[in-house]
Design a protein around this ligand. Structure first.
Ligand SMILES: *Cc1c(COP(=O)(O)O)cnc(C)c1O
Length: 454
């Protein structure tokens, strides 16, 4: 392709993206059934024999795909704690894709390695976590927990003289894994991937907000990993780290924190009390693609014991870099990888300390507005709204489901169903930079319409 054709194509992509984003306010949040059927028909064909013009490919994707996209980049998507994408992070992501850097080491991408080290340092500063921690960028909080718990598995077995990297888990001393009754589903997936077993865990019962009950902690002995949660996906509640961490660490246990979205509360002095004590843990998983509002797929794993992290993931090969420098490939499950830390650097730079705090505080205030509006309209808010999450029921399960279906059909906003403490409910998650107070008002009005008609 000539320079001129490439330039035309890339500018066309940017133009189409802008048209898409600017149209989000005017369209339904979830795509029309017709747009999805059109896509089904268009995608049914076999792999073509002949090449296509790149600009035609892009136009086809835009025509078919943009109407089929969920408007989660807009201000009225409240499903799944997804966050939107900050303009600075989106633009940086495009530029970094154009760079096409393989960010596995200084030898393959020296500039990116420097940006990522700086982004890790800023992340620790934003979250008020120890400056000396090691860390890495991975695809999501699932892989960040995988990373932290792989380091944990190495460290707790090393304490009893077992090198799990060399010998595996065959014949190894047992590791006791402790989780809360409301641990996120991904923790169990991670435990299965690490050979620690989904069902071999000790489950500590949760209280009425989903927090691990301190009075129900088991007696600890032998190699132990305790998984805490900062930000329950329904209620937003935090496990009481200040009470739990010192107690379990006194027994030599490793404490891992799943803080997928909630850990960002530590960036706000007003919200920091929720996450007090989490700085005493050994490893932390936190998403960037949720509350920090960078593009998918991007999360951060932080580990206090840099040697444990390195031992879990180091690699060797004749052509691979040797030396003392921190290389992504030695502390990350992946090898070849995109420059995902750059998106984080851009988000942190564009927000600054004050901007991050304002973002999370605004979402918590908007969640409180939702809760107050729902209560005033006679609906039942089921959780203490301490963060950005609201759980609401509209009578019994059948009526709640009917209201959710009507709300989703109306298309003004999108909220999903959940089950909270055995009860069918709807979950509202405020996590996009794009959400305005007007969006909250419009969503509340639409919820009310949906509820009145049932
Ligand atoms: C979303 C979430 C996860 C999984 O994160 P991914 O980025 O989807 O891998 C884990 N734990 C909690 C509490 C979450 O909210």
């Amino acid at each position: 392709m000539e320079h001129e054709a490439v330039r035309t194509l890339l500018l066309d992509a940017a133009r189409r993206a802008v048209v898409f984003l600017e149209g989000l306010d005017e369209r339904r949040v979830f795509p029309e059934e017709a747009a999805l059927s059109r896509l089904d028909e268009a995608l049914a064909g076999a792999l073509p024999d002949e090449p296509s013009d790149a600009q035609d490919v892009l136009a086809r994707i835009d025509e078919l795909g943009s109407p089929a996209a969920v408007a989660s980049a807009g201000g009225r998507y409240f499903g799944f704690v997804t966050g939107g994408t900050l303009p600075a992070a989106l633009a940086t992501n495009w530029l970094a894709s154009a760079w096409d850097q393989n960010a596995f080491s200084h030898a393959s991408a020296p500039g990116v390695a420097r940006f990522e080290q700086a982004a890790l340092r800023w992340t620790k500063q934003a979250l008020d976590l120890p400056e000396s921690c090691a860390g890495t960028f991975v695809t999501g909080a699932t892989m960040a927990s995988f990373t932290g718990l792989a380091a944990a598995r190495h460290a707790v077995l090393r304490q009893v003289g077992w090198d799990v990297g060399r010998r595996g888990l065959f014949g190894a001393p047992e590791i006791r894994v402790v989780v809360g009754g409301e641990a996120h589903a991904t923790i169990f997936k991670v435990l299965a991937m690490l050979g620690l077993g989904r069902e071999r865990v000790v489950v500590v019962p949760a209280d009425d907000q989903g927090r691990m009950r301190v009075d129900a902690l088991p007696a600890l002995e032998g190699p132990t990993i305790v998984c805490l949660q900062a930000g329950n996906v329904n209620s937003g509640a935090f496990d009481p780290a200040a009470e739990i961490v010192p107690r379990v660490k006194a027994h030599g246990a490793w404490v891992h924190v799943d803080g997928a979205f909630g850990l960002w509360a530590r960036a706000s002095t007003r919200l920091a009390e929720l996450g007090r004590g989490l700085e005493l843990a050994d490893s932390w998983a936190v998403d960037a693609h949720k509350w920090l509002n960078v593009p998918y797929d991007c999360a951060i794993a932080l580990v206090r014991d840099a040697e444990a992290l390195r031992s879990a993931f180091r690699i060797s090969g004749a052509y691979l870099p040797q030396g003392d420098r921190a290389e992504a490939i030695d502390v990350t499950p992946e090898s070849s990888r995109r420059a995902r830390g750059l998106d984080v650097w851009a988000a942190l730079k564009s927000l600054g300390r004050r901007g991050i705090a304002e973002l999370v505080e605004r979402h918590c205030r908007q969640a409180a507005t939702f809760a107050a509006g729902l209560r005033a309209a006679g609906h039942e808010v089921l959780n203490d709204v301490v963060l950005n999450q609201v759980v609401v029921a509209f009578g019994d399960a059948a009526r709640t489901d009917a209201v959710i279906a009507a709300l989703q059909r109306a298309g003004v906003c999108w909220c999903g169903a959940t089950i909270w403490r055995g009860r069918r409910a709807m979950r509202i998650s405020v996590s996009s930079w794009a959400t305005t107070d007007e969006d909250v008002r419009a969503a509340l009005a639409s919820i009310d319409d949906a509820a009145r008609a049932r």
